[in-house]
Ligand binder design. Structure first.
Ligand code: FES
Ligand code: FES
Length: 182
């Protein structure tokens, strides 16, 4: 049995949602636990802890990453975006409630794609990253994009609609931004 009192610890500094954050953690601290417990960013959720459900997905340097499959020490000096940081994205805008939302957040709200607090953060981060790669997905591609995020409670219809709507919103905002800077 490991003696916790003698376990070696490391200072881990990660840029999370644009802010450098440091915590002292054991080498085996998962990134998901580091975010939730050490940094108190509880938007990221843990479902399976085996890389299967996608609930813990965050963006690592803009790419989707299952934070339950990564040690916090491995994220040293990398840029992490959690669901809390999506509203600070350059394409985030104030919505009717006054909160800022990125295109995925706005679309999920409009299309009733929001699910429970466990799976929704993973859907939002996954879709945000996906649209960077495929800005104009077909319905089949949208369904494929979220196939790694598990929810047993829905037929995914509204989530697929949300992905397609998020692509529209994202394109509209990019065009508006380009028009403003021209
Ligand atoms: S908790 Fe990480 S994939 Fe399920
Ligand atoms: S797991 Fe979140 S609504 Fe089904």
């Amino acid at each position: 049995m490991t003696d916790m009192t003698t376990e070696q610890v490391h200072d881990v500094t990660v840029n999370v949602n644009g802010v450098p954050r440091t915590a002292t953690v054991p080498a085996r601290r998962l990134l998901s636990d580091f975010l939730r417990h050490d940094l108190e960013l509880t938007g990221t959720h843990v479902g399976c802890e085996h890389g299967v459900c996608g609930a813990c997905t965050v963006l690592l340097d803009g790419k989707p990453m299952r934070s339950c499959l990564m040690f916090a020490v491995t994220a040293q000096d990398h840029r992490i975006t959690t669901v809390e940081g999506l509203c600070d994205a350059p394409d985030a805008r104030p919505c009717a409630t006054g909160e800022r939302m990125n295109p995925a957040q706005q679309a999920f709200a409009e299309c009733h794609g929001l699910q429970c607090g466990f799976c929704t953060p993973g859907f939002l981060t996954t879709v945000t990253a996906y649209l960077e790669e495929n800005p104009s997905p077909s319905q089949e591609e949208a369904r494929e994009a979220i196939s790694g995020n598990l929810c047993r409670c829905t037929g995914y219809q509204n989530i697929v609609k949300s992905v397609l709507r998020a692509a529209e919103i994202r394109t509209e905002r990019l065009e508006e931004n380009a028009g403003e800077s021209a």
